[in-house]
Design a protein around this ligand. Structure first.
Ligand code: GAR
Length: 194
């Protein structure tokens, strides 16, 4: 069965590109299509990438004073309309409310070995700076199911890498991202096989 992905983004969209590439690659053992890309911000590179792949893309900005639930309802209206069966948060940095029919079908990738360096404020480069400040010798990434608490749901897959003594946050981010590129598709394959 070909799975239908809704990919939610806020920024660069390298994961979106990786998933869209894999979906087009018949040798990739990745039986999926990206049916919609949803961004909470206008003008981000992820939307340019979506356009290059000819993907349906929607921008849904949070309205002033809008509740998390109201925003989530609008997001899942689009997800359902696109016929998606799985939602991937690929660098999506807004809190997401999940309706009952999508519970257990929303997957996030986070650039640390959760439960370390997760939760509010830990996103992107902040994570890698905190890992270096703490003197960690390993780092990595976590793919997990999303529940109502930030970076909290059951873990599907983790991949780790060394932290080198001279690493800048950017060096570490780049090394972790190489693991992320493998972790997210592999976690999806495993998730779909369950
Ligand atoms: C990725 O490194 C992802 O792990 C991180 O944002 C980046 C998105 O990159 N997500 C978080 O920090 C979530 N808390 P991309 O937009 O280039 O795919």
């Amino acid at each position: 069965m070909t799975h239908s992905l809704a990919v939610l983004v806020s920024g660069t969209g390298r994961h979106l590109e990786n998933l869209a590439d894999l979906a087009l690659d018949e040798q990739a053992d990745f039986d999926a299509e990206v049916s919609v890309v949803l961004s909470n911000r206008t003008g981000v590179a992820a939307l340019d990438r979506a356009a290059r792949f000819g993907l349906r893309a929607e921008v849904l900005e949070g309205a002033e004073g809008e509740s998390v639930e109201s925003y989530g309802r609008r997001v899942f209206d689009v997800v359902r309309d696109a016929g998606a069966d799985t939602v991937v948060l690929a660098g999506f940095l807004k809190k997401l409310w999940i309706p009952a029919d999508f519970a257990g079908r929303v997957i996030n990738i986070h650039p640390s070995l959760l439960p370390a360096f997760g939760g509010k404020g830990y996103f992107g480069m902040n994570v890698h700076r905190a890992v270096l400040e703490r003197g960690c010798q390993v780092s990595g990434c976590t793919v997990h199911l999303v529940d109502e608490v930030y970076d909290n749901g059951p873990i599907l897959l983790q991949r780790w890498c060394a932290v080198e003594p001279e690493d800048s946050a950017e060096d570490l981010a780049a090394r972790v991202f190489q693991e992320e590129l493998l972790a997210l598709p592999e976690a999806l394959r495993r998730f779909w096989r369950r």
